[in-house]
Design a protein around this ligand. Structure first.
Ligand SMILES: C[S@@+](CC[C@H](N)C(=O)[O-])C[C@H]1O[C@@H](n2cnc3c(N)ncnc32)[C@H](O)[C@@H]1O
Length: 213
């Protein structure tokens, strides 16, 4: 699985497979949880969006301020073309999440499906995950939420998120893995083993007030 931690793998993959592909969970499997913690009025950053259909699905549900970053210029170009009709609600940027180039406290929520696992699979996994999570902590506003869908081992992932530097309160929500027969969903993990029958959503809330209640 270590190839997932190497950015060239992704550009090579997207240049040969431009068809939409969902890692772990499709939108239906996590939609209710997204709606519980992220509001349509929120300014949301999706990290490592790949060619997932989540941004388009969220847009269809009323989320109209959604920025996605990915390290692969190829997939960002493909997504710009695929979602041109949704401009300016959806924004696509090439960016390395270990160096998030956004101002402090500039997002209400960060959505991650498979990105943290991917970073952890790299050669500098722990160090890069630390840089990424420190960046997330910096760009989230008080009362903000880091929503992370992971295939990683609970006992290994949870301590990373409970790092006292971030002061997040972390809720763990198991979600059943889709049946293997469901098409377009990649069940095996990018970077971890996950639970036997479930993925985990980590809902990490920053301190401070959620203005929207
Ligand atoms: C496992 S895929 C998940 C894709 C999508 N979120 C999904 O759920 O289907 C991981 C994605 O993270 C991107 N990625 C890997 N390392 C990255 C980095 N350092 N910065 C930004 N994106 C990265 C890859 O290009 C890939 O699109």
């Amino acid at each position: 699985m270590s190839q997932y931690g190497h950015p060239p793998y992704w550009s090579s993959r997207y240049s040969t497979s431009p068809t939409p592909f969902e890692w772990y969970q499709n939108y239906t499997g996590i939609r209710a949880h997204i709606h519980t913690h992220l509001k349509p009025s929120h300014k949301v950053l999706q990290v490592g969006g790949g060619n997932s259909e989540v941004a388009e699905s969220m847009h269809g549900d009323g989320y109209h301020d959604l920025t996605t970053v990915d390290i692969s210029p190829i997939v960002i170009e493909q997504m710009l073309e695929r979602t041109a009709r949704l401009t300016p609600s959806l924004t696509w940027l090439v960016m390395d999440v270990t160096s998030l180039e956004f101002p402090d406290e500039s997002f209400d929520a960060v959505f991650d499906k498979g990105l943290l696992d991917t970073v952890l699979a790299g050669d500098r996994g722990a160090a890069d995950a630390g840089k990424f999570l420190t960046g997330v902590s910096r760009i989230l506003r008080p009362g903000g939420c880091y929503f992370c869908v992971s295939c990683g081992v609970l006992e290994e992932t949870l301590p990373l998120l409970q790092n006292q530097d971030y002061s997040w309160t972390v809720e763990v929500v198991p979600v059943p893995k889709p049946r293997a027969s469901e098409d377009k969903v990649k069940t095996p993990p990018a970077g971890g083993k996950g639970g036997e029958d479930c993925h985990y959503i980590y809902v990490c809330k920053t301190g401070g007030h959620d203005d929207e209640g």
